[in-house]
Design a protein around this ligand. Structure first.
Ligand code: FMN
Length: 183
């Protein structure tokens, strides 16, 4: 089993990218999490799509999603919602719309996130729900992971050092893998 994880942050010191890296290492046996990236994805422009087609970075990520058994979105929260760069990436990935069933349709999706604030991306995670419904994904609701006070749970090297969060992340991943395996 192979899951593709995507962090919705571009910055090097991103807590969400650090959370994704931690998740890669905490996957249950027999399942792999590969870290994808939204880096290099341009701003969506319908004129560019019409004249040049799907940009290579988008096409590569589309292929990776299509080949994965599941998709894990690791989302930051901006202004109580989805960061524009992450939404922009998913918008590109949903083009052309005829490919939506192949890329997203029935695909198991999990959403987790980390924030230095006290609510751990709860509103951003909620804001993903109408998007995931529109794309026809099979979103997992059996577990939640909102990493709050992220400055206290990762060390300077971006390693997840908080044992309680490591346990929660391990449990989340095991649950998500179990969900994907369900007939
Ligand atoms: C424009 C902007 C808006 C933000 N709004 C929120 C917010 O609504 N809730 C929150 O918890 N954090 C908010 N933050 C703080 C982010 O959670 C913080 O910058 C976080 O480190 C971003 O994720 P990253 O570390 O993966 O890059 C905001 C940050 C920016 C730049």
């Amino acid at each position: 089993m192979r899951i593709l994880g995507i962090s919705g942050s571009l910055r090097k010191g991103s807590y969400n990218t650090a959370l994704l890296r931690a998740a890669v290492a905490l996957m249950p046996e027999g399942a792999q999490l590969e870290a994808g990236s939204i880096s290099g994805i341009p701003l969506y422009d319908g004129d560019v799509e019409a004249s040049q087609g799907i940009p290579p970075a988008v096409q590569a990520l589309k292929t990776s999603i299509t080949q994965a058994d599941g998709l894990l979105l690791v989302t930051p929260e901006y202004n109580n919602s989805i960061p524009g760069v992450f939404k922009n990436a998913i918008d590109w990935l949903s083009r052309p719309s005829a490919d939506i069933p192949k890329v997203f349709g029935g695909r198991p999706v999990g959403v987790i996130g980390a924030s230095p604030g006290g609510f751990g991306t709860i509103l951003s995670q909620n804001a993903w729900l109408p998007v995931l419904r529109t794309l026809g994904t099979k979103t997992w609701f059996g577990g939640r992971l909102q990493v709050s006070r992220a400055g206290n749970v990762f060390n300077e090297a971006g390693e997840l050092t908080d044992e309680a969060i490591r346990t929660q992340l391990r449990k989340y991943l095991a649950g998500f893998v179990g969900f994907i395996k369900e007939p």
